[in-house]
Write a protein that binds this ligand. Structure first.
Ligand code: PDD
Length: 280
């Protein structure tokens, strides 16, 4: 595999950044994950817009223009002959001469790193079987709308899910589901209303979430953006998650208890098909 590091394409095994990199020392950086399908970036404009917003919110200037970044992503996909999977991109506030909390003064250049991961997203077996989720307290910071590389809370949540044999962790705050460790959370009520939490500082504005909401609205499906509880999700007809790396995935159990009849729902399956068509 080939990676991109600060202006050069290099073998991933040789791709390196400094131990003084602020991404490493302080998690002072932003990341993006975009899907690749048939060798093409999926919903790229949406991911680039979020990248621009995230870096703006932490006062970090991108080392390349958005259009140049997209070109580099495409070149990386081509160099790796990637047909399906993800492009990971990370930009940090760079490596200064030591470990100082305030922003570096002078000409410290941001670090820009990209690599790809092959994954069969479309034919993932879990789309047919559904996944289980566990619930964990949402212990993250208050600016979850920024796609920061500080992911320790999600690492712990998703490790707990893995140990429990679940596919995702749903984080819960003040009795309401915020989102998954690396996905947006949805339910379908018994009267066929798709429900997902509104965007705010409490969640990451998912690109897949945004596209799915729009695609559902275009098809006159009923959508409500509002908070929901774990109890409401358990009593719902269906539950599902969305993310760039999984598209739409049905959720069939929460903490080991069945959602609705415990089977993969037809709405999740339909929205998945609609999203795959959109992605192509
Ligand atoms: N995760 N919420 C969180 C906390 C996320 O980390 C992600 C994405 C999402 C879904 O956003 P999108 O639809 O734009 O992927 C929601 C990426 C895929 C990751 O960390 O690997």
């Amino acid at each position: 595999p080939i990676a991109y590091v600060n202006g050069a394409f290099v073998p991933l095994s040789e791709a390196k950044v400094s131990v003084l990199d602020r991404g490493f020392l302080f998690a002072d950086g932003i990341y993006e994950v975009a899907a690749v399908l048939d060798g093409k970036l999926v919903d790229s404009a949406s991911h680039l817009a979020r990248l621009e917003r995230s870096v703006g919110e932490i006062g970090l200037a991108l080392p390349e223009s958005l259009s140049r970044i997209e070109e580099l992503q495409k070149e990386l996909v081509a160099r790796n002959e990637l047909d399906q999977g993800m492009v990971y991109l990370q930009v940090t506030r760079g490596a200064d001469k030591g470990r100082d909390f305030p922003f570096p003064k002078g000409d410290v250049k941001p670090t820009l790193v990209m690599f790809v991961t092959a994954k069969n997203i479309v034919d993932a077996p879990s789309a047919k079987t559904g996944i289980g989720v566990i619930t964990v307290p949402d212990i993250r910071w208050a600016r979850r709308d920024i796609k920061s590389v500080a992911l320790l809370a999600q690492v712990l949540a998703k490790q707990a899910a893995a140990v429990a044999g679940a596919g995702e962790a749903w984080m819960v705050e003040d009795g309401h589901v915020t989102e998954g460790g690396s996905s947006s959370a949805f339910i379908l009520t018994q009267d066929d209303v798709i429900v997902t939490r509104p965007n705010s500082n409490a969640i990451l504005p998912g690109c897949t979430r945004k596209a799915v909401v729009k695609l559902a609205e275009e098809r006159q499906l009923k959508i409500e953006e509002r908070l929901f509880t774990v109890a409401e999700a358990l009593a719902a007809k269906e539950a599902f998650i969305t993310s760039a790396s999984s598209f739409v995935q049905p959720v069939v159990t929460i903490d080991g208890k069945p959602v609705g009849d415990g089977k993969v729902g037809s709405m999740a399956t339909r929205l998945r098909e609609i999203y795959v068509d959109f992605a192509r």
